[in-house]
Design a protein around this ligand. Structure first.
Ligand code: SF4
Length: 98
């Protein structure tokens, strides 16, 4: 078994990092909605305990009446600023009427 030098390891890591956006753009990767929220936006997101992947699927953003978007792309929210993941959740969840 051959050992990889630090230089080779660094080169491989850079290749993987460079390719990552391509996978996301082609739908080959998991949906990312982190964006670059401002400090004020981050403060609101943190205060409302927003997370990109909520453990309870019945309380996902895509099922919340404040969510604007669909279940396959990043959306927005009337209460939480910045990009919102359809599988996210927060303390302000309001179930959509069925
Ligand atoms: S209020 Fe919370 S749960 Fe509802 S869409 Fe906004 S971030 Fe998601």
């Amino acid at each position: 078994m051959s050992k990889m030098t630090r230089r080779e390891l660094g080169r491989h890591a850079l290749t993987v990092l460079a390719a990552a956006p391509l996978f996301a753009a082609c739908g080959g990767g998991e949906l990312e909605c982190a964006g670059s929220p401002s400090a004020d936006q981050r403060a609101v997101r943190t205060a409302l305990h927003y997370v990109d992947h909520g453990p309870d699927t019945s309380r996902h953003c895509s099922r919340c009446s404040l969510y604007v978007g669909d279940a396959t792309a990043c959306g927005t929210c009337a209460a939480v600023p910045g990009a919102i993941h359809p599988e996210g959740t927060c303390d302000s969840f309001v179930a959509r009427a069925s």
